[in-house]
Design a protein. Structure first.
Length: 550
């Protein structure tokens, strides 16, 4: 419930602070006294947009703060999901700075307007004549029926499954489109992949093959030069190896005379051993050098295949070809994986479809049972509100479409007069009839669901006398389960309130300001008497006011 409201520097309000009680509260005041300003301030607390025109003094900031008792509202999950501190007495503050910037806080934590608007749904329902038009909206009509049908749990579950179902359908469409695109290229990609795989490529293939090719292609030239090297090394009289051996023998004769000669001998001995080893390897190489035209052709073919693949794929290395091979392999594998994902997703969607259909049937059956109950309750209340011949015909049509709250379409048909045909509520009901129907609806909803604090803004427009008494009785009955405010001009309704607040204007210096105060019992008598007879209050008006209050 709304426990208190404080306003500073807003429109015609300089400073205002007021506490509210539970039950049924009345707000009265002359036209233009500031009732709309009060609702405007509450609207800002509930997340409506603001501008600099809201500031009374353009040099100071405007602050509106509302305290709500929410212990019974079960709102902890909302605070947790939005990372806000939960308090049984939650404080919402809205500030509008002279710069035009607006700030909002919930329990001193800064929030954006969307979060404020989402929370406000659970706190206050401000019902104005404009909002009576909601009665003509199918979604609101379903909410009425579903409250009486106790469908909320089914609809919450249905909504959660539907949300996942729609995401899966969207993903399935995306995957299917991707698969079709891949399938168009599948044959060509497979051909390219097989072509690369058959080449059995390795990163160093090209370098090694080019080296082997050059060797095989120049085998005679290589052999000629190795043989020449061997001849120079092994010639009996003047060969290098023979000369090295003679140097070695000569130095060996000097080693006894100096360690330096020993070192030189060791070094020439090492050179002789190394050179001898080189000659052995050269001999082995020349034996292995064989003219092999078949092998040369084979190597040439492999190289040409690599060159052709590089030209085809517009790259310069085997490493790049291997990257392309991996990419093609992934694309070919992707088709298989996509088909698996699509089949898996299709099975999930099929299961969700079954669950949605089952829930939709349950929701529909509950609605069918609730419709006559709702119709009977509406007729009972509206007969008391001066509509003795009112009738309703709520037609539920089952469809194949998954709506947000089931698979039904609804025609909410209405007839106000005996003998007149049924018509759509939005087409045949007058403004006064819609106001009374909405009050009846709110009264019924209060029996079936936990409505937040509700403010009726002149819902009694166009009615008087006994009907006004009945409307007051309905609102007072609602206040047994929730906090109810009624902004009214009717004394019959004003007299039924537990608390009575008056909005009025006063002049302070050169400034007109709006104020709000809680009336005492004596002040209530005067206020209601004035509502009965005007500014010139008669004794009969005072007596009538006392009678109404008693």
């Amino acid at each position: 419930m709304l426990a208190s409201l404080s306003i500073s520097n807003f429109a015609l309000i300089d400073k205002l602070g007021i506490d509210f009680s539970d039950g049924f509260s009345i707000i009265t005041g002359e036209t233009g006294a500031g009732k709309s300003i009060l609702l405007g301030a509450l609207g800002l607390v509930l997340g409506k947009r603001a501008d600099l025109s809201s500031l009374k003094n353009k040099e100071e900031k405007c602050v509106i703060e509302a305290h709500f008792q929410i212990a019974n509202y079960k709102l902890q999950p909302f605070f947790e999901s939005n990372d806000l501190d939960y308090e049984d007495e939650t404080i919402i503050r809205r500030e509008i700075l002279p710069s035009g910037k607006s700030r909002a806080f919930i329990n001193d934590s800064p929030v954006n307007l969307q979060e404020l608007q989402e929370l406000s749904v659970f706190l206050i329902d401000i019902h104005s004549q404009h909002q009576t038009q909601e009665l003509s909206e199918e979604l609101f009509q379903f909410q009425i029926i579903d409250s009486v049908a106790h469908n909320q749990e089914n609809i919450n579950l249905y909504s959660a499954i539907l949300s996942s179902f729609k995401k899966d359908k969207s993903q399935l469409s995306t995957l299917t489109s991707k698969l079709q695109s891949l399938l168009k290229e599948q044959d060509y990609n497979t051909f390219l992949l097989e072509e690369l795989l058959s080449a059995k490529l390795k990163v160093k293939d090209q370098e090694e093959l080019e080296q082997v090719y050059e060797q095989l292609n120049n085998v005679e030239f290589i052999k000629e030069n190795i043989d020449k090297s061997l001849a120079l090394a092994n010639e009996e009289q003047f060969g290098i190896l023979q000369n090295l051996k003679e140097i070695k023998i000569a130095l060996q004769k000097t080693i006894a005379f100096s360690p330096e000669y020993q070192s030189l001998f060791d070094r020439i001995n090492s050179v002789t051993i190394e050179f001898d080893d080189i000659i052995s390897e050269l001999s082995q190489q020349t034996e292995n050098l064989v003219h092999d035209p078949e092998n040369l052709e084979l190597v040439n073919q492999k190289l040409q295949n690599i060159y052709n693949l590089q030209k085809k794929h517009q790259v310069n290395s085997v490493a790049e070809l291997l990257d392309i091979q991996n990419d093609l392999d992934n694309k070919v594998v992707s088709v298989v994986e996509l088909e698996f994902e699509i089949n898996k997703l299709a099975a999930k969607i099929e299961k969700a479809t079954t669950e949605l259909d089952t829930l939709a049937i349950n929701i529909r059956n509950n609605r069918l049972k609730a419709v006559p109950v709702l119709s009977e309750k509406l007729i009972f209340i509206l007969e008391q509100l001066g509509m003795p011949n009112v009738r309703f015909n709520m037609e539920l049509k089952e469809t194949d479409h998954y709506f947000a709250n089931g698979k039904d379409e609804l025609q909410f048909l209405f007839s106000a007069n005996k003998g007149s045909d049924f018509g759509l509520l939005k087409k045949v009901a007058s403004g006064g009839e819609l106001s009374r129907i909405m009050l009846a609806v709110k009264g019924i909803l209060a029996q079936y669901s936990s409505l937040p604090t509700i403010i009726f803004d002149e819902i009694d427009t166009g009615v008087s006398g006994e009907i006004a008494n009945k409307m007051a009785a309905i609102m007072k009955d609602m206040s047994g389960k929730m906090q109810v405010f009624s902004i009214t001009h009717l004394p019959q309704i004003a007299a039924k309130g537990k608390m009575h607040y008056k909005v009025y204007k006063s002049i302070q210096g050169n400034t007109t300001i709006s104020e709000l105060k809680l009336l005492t019992f004596e002040e209530r008598i005067v206020e209601i008497a004035e509502m009965l007879s005007g500014k010139d209050i008669s004794d009969s008006a005072l007596n009538h006011a006392k009678a109404l209050l008693n």
